[in-house]
Design a protein around this ligand. Sequence first.
Ligand code: FES
Ligand SMILES: [Fe+2]
Length: 337
Amino acid sequence: MLVEHRALENYWHVVAEVADVGSEPLAVRLLARDLVLWRGPSGGLVAAPDRCPHREAPLSSGVVHDGCLSCPYHGWTFGAEGRCVLVPSSGDGRPVPPAAHLRTMRVAERYGLVWVCPGEPVLPIPTITADDDPAYRRINTGVDVWSVSAGRMTDNFLDISHFPYVHTGTFGIESNTEVPKIELAQLDDDFYGYEYTVEVGNEAGAQSSGIDTAVVTRRMTTGFNLPFTVRSTIQYETGLDHLILLCSTPVDDVTSLFTFVIWRNDDHSVPAEDVIAFDRAIGAEDKRMLERVRGVLPLDQHETVSVQSDRPSVEWRRRLLVALRDGATGGGDRGSE
Ligand code: FES
Ligand SMILES: [Fe+2]
């Protein structure tokens, strides 16, 4: 099983988009635990177990006033850093029981995403340098729920040998089945993976690529950052760069959140909705396939058969297993080698 690995608590996981957190508390589920998110008195996010310490009511059913979250059951109210600031039944001036304060966890906003680390982070949130580059625009795409184990998603995002089978409705070329030899390398501080060149069908993607030929050549890199983040970079011959950060979050063993973020150095002439629509169609093809595969991807590599084209996934799984067993880190230079 996957989520029983406590070491997963020591990584950052995407639980929502920043735009999802409004004036109401937001319920999210991570690693089989219910959490509540809200914007605290100083404007920063607060993340805590979605359980009132009084009688366990879901705090996500409560209301937020001036950054303080009130429980819907008896009105206990929680402010900055989850501290209980009011127990109405006790009247004014009575001290609050120390155990009434919420055990908050680390939460960060990056790339329009809300990241939570329930434990002590062993790796930072991966750096996407394009995010600070004014030549690039960032496009957030929403969060979807997949009935798939997060491990199967990451395995899929590192794999190109499924393109001619799974992606025939978007960019896969059915005859293009052979995968050139893959050489793995450190791509930068945070991502480990490979570079490759691939010919893809361009009829459905002509608007996104800005090229009107039936087939286009993409220069690509694909790499992982533990535990479940994959970055793909696509470079077209026109100089257009299209980066995708693919985030899979274990809700439980066989349910995951999926969100992706796009960065492009384009002239904004293609509306964001159209860029999203094409990449979302690709994701939907993966989702359709993966939701037919049952259970958790075995981390023991002897339980599945791998070939040369699976090298990136084999290496990701090897490092993930080490990280989960030993509490070690991996995926980037930072502490992994
Ligand atoms: S259960 Fe929350 S105040 Fe009683
Ligand atoms: Fe795919």
